[in-house]
Design a protein around this ligand. Structure first.
Ligand SMILES: Nc1nc2c(c(=O)[nH]1)N[C@H]1C(S)=C(S)[C@@H](COP(=O)(O)O)O[C@H]1N2
Ligand SMILES: [Mo]
Length: 201
């Protein structure tokens, strides 16, 4: 006889979720807004996305060109350095692999740059191989401006400050350089599973 009560079925799932929370984090159901400055509002007609820096040729997309690129739906947990985590967030975006297709580079790092001047640095390895996206939809709707719309970087395996809102491009760099929060003492890499919150962690 098969007898599975709702409560019984719930238990293994809950245990699995405990292992999904990086050290020092707690779960939220809402979606906090964390911005270092005012929300920029670039009209889509002025929006471009660029690949710049140490590349053989620069790449550039208008919004319409960008939105014709193949997209993926991504469901991931996100982890903010201020200790909230949100599980199973659903995004639609263009893989950074797609944006870097055909780019010849010896660079090992990227600086994501955004409207408003925000920047954040990442190893090239951490934005390629299906690990990062430029996301324009959240929960099936266009990404709200407060959360980085029209488009933000999504790098869910690192602390969420690496997921630059209002992202406008990636600058490829030979050497690692600190971005905005990294200059103020946040960790150069930011792995939530190793609690790399601040430089020295
Ligand atoms: N351009 C830009 N991107 C940013 C930030 C910012 O201030 N400006 N804050 C970062 C931080 S610290 C976090 S936790 C997340 C917050 O994203 P949310 O406001 O959508 O929750 O965006 C990151 N990306
Ligand atoms: Mo954050």
């Amino acid at each position: 006889m098969t007898f599975i009560s709702r409560a019984f079925r719930g238990r293994p799932r809950d245990q699995g979720q405990a292992g999904r929370l990086p050290p020092g984090q707690y779960l939220v159901r809402d979606f906090p807004v964390l911005s270092a400055g005012p929300t920029p509002r670039t009209p889509l007609t002025d929006w471009t996305f660029s690949i710049t820096g140490e590349v053989d040729k620069l790449k550039n997309w208008t919004w319409d060109e960008f939105r014709k690129l193949p997209t993926q739906t991504i469901t991931r947990d996100i982890h903010c350095v201020t200790k909230w985590s949100k599980q199973d967030t659903v995004w639609e975006g263009v893989s950074v692999d797609t944006l870097l297709e055909g780019v010849d580079t010896s660079a090992e790092y990227v600086m994501a740059f955004s409207d408003g001047g925000y920047t954040t640095n990442l190893p090239l390895e951490d934005v390629t191989g299906g690990k990062a996206w430029v996301a324009f939809n959240f929960d099936g709707a266009p990404l709200e401006a407060e959360h980085g719309g029209p488009a933000r970087l999504l790098v869910p395996h690192l602390y969420f400050w690496k997921s630059a809102k209002w992202v406008r491009g990636l600058q490829l760099m030979a050497k690692d350089e600190p971005g905005f929060w990294e200059t103020y003492g946040y960790h150069m890499y930011g792995d939530p599973w190793r609690e790399q919150r601040y430089s020295g962690d």
